[in-house]
Write a protein that binds this ligand. Sequence first.
Ligand SMILES: NC(=O)c1ccc[n+]([C@@H]2O[C@H](COP(=O)([O-])OP(=O)(O)OC[C@H]3O[C@@H](n4cnc5c(N)ncnc54)[C@H](OP(=O)(O)O)[C@@H]3O)[C@@H](O)[C@H]2O)c1
Length: 285
Amino acid sequence: MFSLTLLSIYDNLNKFMKIKQKVGIIGLGNMGAAIYKALLSSNTFSLLAYDIDRKKTSKIRKGKLANTPGKVISGSDILILAIKPQEISSFLKTQARLIIKKKPLFISIAAGLEIKFFQKYLPGVSIIRAMPNIAATVGESLSFISKNKFVSRAQLKHSLRIFSLLGETEVITEAWLNKVTAISGSGPGYVYFFMDSLFASAIRLGFSKKVAKKIVLAVFSGSVKLAKSSGSDFSKLLASVTSKKGTTEAGLGIFKKESTKSTIHKVVTKASFRAKELSKTVSKT
Ligand SMILES: NC(=O)c1ccc[n+]([C@@H]2O[C@H](COP(=O)([O-])OP(=O)(O)OC[C@H]3O[C@@H](n4cnc5c(N)ncnc54)[C@H](OP(=O)(O)O)[C@@H]3O)[C@@H](O)[C@H]2O)c1
């Protein structure tokens, strides 16, 4: 993880020199809005945002909202693109020229789309491909980033600062990014699927929705807290709650019989494959 001391030196230096990097955000859906909120509350960056959908911009402060993507691009040192992968080609076809002229640090958080795809539209531009997850909304994302050769040390520091405001950050080589996307980017979806399934089971057992939700939340937050504080391997924790001939063992027997572990691996592999597929289909458009 990037050293917090270095980041606080970076913050203090910027405050001392009264330098505020201008960050532009295009797309204020789930992820763009999470990034906007985190950056706004840190007060480290100056912000300007744009979304095609006016409903998404209702909570954006006046003075931080642009009415065209061009205004965001020309006013940004760092440009964060937070729109769906399928919409990115048409965005770049209309905006690439302006981005090349302005040369901001360009950050994409799109699943699947490779740095080389962006370089085709944005030759010579500093590009970061990042993969946060939705836990960024509560400052708990473990984000992964990789960069092209044009990204300077200062630009890397700025991007580490941005992603540290969403949680923790790791710099990795791009070859890992689709795998990270399948485990971490899509991960909250798998967890919510399991939570929803446990919730549905509790309802079938006769609990009210309110109680079922309370139980599921307590099970998850308690288990995560214990796993974090003990630092034990997950398999050890599993063994510690599975007494011989007990209730948990009886229930888990079904997971074994149904090869649930291999199903989960299939789910993750499919998501990783989808990231590659997105890259291929979007590159053709
Ligand atoms: N959601 C996640 O958990 C997650 C995690 C990691 C990475 N990502 C990546 O983050 C990106 C955004 O995902 P999201 O879930 O935040 O999507 P989202 O909720 O659909 O938000 C995208 C927003 O961008 C708007 N938009 C579309 N085209 C635009 C354009 N040309 N200019 C400006 N705004 C435009 C959309 O408006 P309309 O709705 O009207 O199209 C929408 O408001 C994706 O590339 C995704 O792969 C998502």
